[in-house]
Design a protein around this ligand. Structure first.
Ligand SMILES: Cc1cc2nc3c(=O)[nH]c(=O)nc-3n(C[C@H](O)[C@H](O)[C@H](O)COP(=O)(O)OP(=O)(O)OC[C@H]3O[C@@H](n4cnc5c(N)ncnc54)[C@H](O)[C@@H]3O)c2cc1C
Length: 443
């Protein structure tokens, strides 16, 4: 094979479609590895959803790897002390995952909660600081891949690339291009109301039970028939996040809508009086149709790769969607950086000729893990949304016995499952896989 020494010196040109958390993580990781990065974002301005997000230990480790943990803390992230599951009727605690330092020991990382805008802001600033070219109002409408792959923007402009990263979320256009057919995500039958309110609103109740929740620094999930709700602090506990899940009544094809607060309260009638009080703090909420793909056939075509919600959208019932997206971004950047820095002695062909093979390696590394998450979220839905019944009573007894040493039938409380999900070391996994790949390719 001939070698083009010049081409082997050039940094890879990576075009990232979408400036969500997955796209930004990919941009940061690629830039840290010496690639050139352009981010194309359809929105005219960056305005992440005004709600909270959990950063479980596996995602916190990505943030640590990027050197951003202090910035996340400075941006108001709170280190969670525990996750609690509560019975819907009376708020009785069914099971707790005690966190803090224990999480760091068991899963090698802390668990944070943060406002999405703050998390996104830290990631965006870092991508730009490292040299990403961010283009707003840049909607990708097509990708052509004869010879050099290139992205086509609305308006006709063409942007060439060595690698195109489809990080364009749940309703990804890149996914349709990779699969060669429309591939809308599948409605799960659930929807989420998302909103935030102030600490002052909660304190105004002068209710000791609510004060206890405010001060605890914990996340709480009330679980009950066909519904559950998630409550946790944001912005150094000055703001609180409440998500309410319920059966989907949005028309087919619609993605979000303004939520009717009275309707929301009625949906939770008969639940723990503490929760119903908290719900009454909501003044405006948005309704989101929850969709997923249980497992997408393929994530790679030529030099195009899908990451994040574009490739493995899931129910948010393990708080892992964005965590998986940032892991994807980290892993992709590590692989491209390793490929780029590999010497011509070890890979004699032009390095760009190995990109497709590296993207397939990425897919093989990430698919199993992210599919486990999608299926785990479905399993949690079953466990959370049980109607009162002998099975629910058995569930509650088993949850009460969970001791974080022995296995549990319920993945939420199963230490083995959680070690795999939360304690996973993406960097070591990627480096190992790259060495094996190199061995094969370099032969
Ligand atoms: C109620 C709820 C709660 C959740 N809670 C958590 C949680 O606690 N923890 C967690 O880890 N995850 C959580 N998730 C999941 C998480 O929000 C998503 O998995 C994550 O945001 C996906 O990130 P992404 O970068 O892949 O996609 P997105 O954030 O959707 O970003 C995609 C970007 O691409 C842009 N785009 C789209 N099409 C184009 C185009 N054609 N051209 C250019 N740009 C385009 C979009 O404008 C957008 O900016 C939750 C989800 C929901 C619904």
């Amino acid at each position: 094979m001939t070698t083009d020494p010049d081409a082997n010196q050039q940094p890879f040109k990576v075009v990232v479609v979408g400036a969500g958390l997955g796209g930004l993580a990919a941009a940061i990781s690629c830039l840290r590895g010496g690639c050139e990065v352009t981010i194309l974002e359809q929105a005219p301005a960056i305005s992440p959803i005004g709600a909270g997000i959990q950063i479980p230990p596996n995602a916190a480790r990505v943030i640590q790897h990027f050197g951003l943990e202090q910035k996340i803390r400075d941006a108001g992230a709170i280190q969670v002390n525990a996750n609690h599951l509560k019975r819907y009727k009376d708020g009785k605690i069914l099971c707790s995952r005690l966190g803090g330092e224990k999480w760091i020991r068991d899963f090698n990382g802390p668990w944070y909660v943060i406002h999405r805008a703050d998390y996104h802001g830290v990631m965006l600033d870092e991508a730009v600081r490292l040299g990403a070219q961010l283009r707003l109002n840049a909607k990708v409408v097509d990708i052509t891949s004869s010879g050099t792959p290139q992205v086509v923007l609305e308006g006709g402009e063409v942007v060439p690339a060595d690698v195109i990263v489809g990080a364009d979320g749940l309703w990804s256009a890149t996914r349709d291009i990779v699969l060669g057919q429309p591939s809308p995500p599948v409605p799960t039958g659930d929807l989420a109301y998302r909103g935030t309110f102030s600490r002052a609103q909660l304190e105004a109740f002068q209710d000791p039970s609510i004060d206890e929740l405010i001060k605890s620094g914990c996340t709480y999930n009330w679980i009950g028939p066909d519904r559950h709700s998630v409550f946790y602090p944001l912005k150094n506990s000055t703001v609180f996040n409440l998500v309410l899940i319920r059966p989907d009544d949005l028309p087919e094809g619609s993605r979000t809508a303004a939520g009717d607060v009275d309707d929301m309260r009625m949906t939770y009638e008969g639940w723990d009086p503490v929760l119903t009080k908290i719900i009454s703090c909501h003044t405006t909420v948005l309704k989101w149709k929850l969709c997923h793909h249980e497992e997408l056939r393929t994530w790679v075509k030529d030099n195009i790769v899908l990451i994040g919600d574009a490739s493995h959208p899931s129910l948010p019932y393990q708080a892992q969607g964005a965590a998986m997206a940032v892991e994807d971004g980290l892993v992709l950047g590590l692989l491209l950086a390793r490929l780029q820095s590999t010497t011509t002695e070890r890979l004699p062909d032009k390095r760009t000729s190995y990109i497709n093979s590296i993207l397939l390696l990425f897919e093989s590394l990430r698919k199993k893990r992210t599919t486990t998450n999608v299926k785990g979220a479905i399993a949690n839905r079953y466990m959370f949304h049980m109607h009162d019944s002998p099975e629910q009573e058995a569930r509650d007894r088993e949850l009460a016995e969970a001791d974080w040493e022995k296995p549990s039938r319920w993945i939420w409380a199963d230490i083995g499952y959680q070690r795999k999900m939360l304690g996973f070391d993406s960097v070591a996994d990627t480096n190992r896989a790259f060495e094996v790949w190199l061995e094969e390719e370099g032969k």
